[in-house]
Design a protein around this ligand. Structure first.
Ligand code: HEC
Length: 107
């Protein structure tokens, strides 16, 4: 309940500040996209290990917020081996991915 409420407030705040709202993201769709577009380099499964390079999505879920995950998909750090893959995805699909990755924290 508490989480649902937080998510709701978060959605409103995000809308007000016109940042991406992740409330529309779909976990199942995100998982599908991850297995198509990200699995070449990342472990994208719920039980992915820590201390891996590149990090597994399950590990990222633990130490990154929604906004940080979004930021690193859209704007990978300069000189990182992570491709600027966000530009090849639709905004909806980026949102699905953020929601999928973050959902792995709870597992
Ligand atoms: C060609 C290999 C490659 C592909 C494909 C790839 N990544 Fe990455 N990704 C990396 C590498 C390498 C890093 C670590 C970059 C660094 O050293 O900061 C990374 C980092 C990240 C991070 C930040 C991790 C962190 O906390 O620093 C996120 C989020 C991420 N990738 C998401 C994705 C998603 C989502 C996809 C699929 C749409 C994807 N990546 C596809 C190689 C890849």
């Amino acid at each position: 309940m508490r989480l649902a409420k937080l998510g709701f407030c978060h959605g409103i705040l995000m809308t007000i500040f016109s940042s991406p709202a992740f409330a529309q993201g779909d976990v199942a769709e995100g998982a599908e996209i991850a297995r198509e577009s990200c699995v070449e380099c990342h472990n994208v499964e719920p039980d992915g290990p820590f201390k891996e390079h590149p990090p597994s999505f399950a590990a990222i879920a633990v130490y990154r917020s929604d906004e940080q995950v979004y930021g690193r998909i859209m704007f990978p750090p300069l000189h990182a081996a992570m491709p600027a893959i966000g530009y090849l995805l639709t905004p909806d699909n980026v949102e699905h991915l953020v929601v999928y990755i973050r959902s792995l924290e709870a597992r």
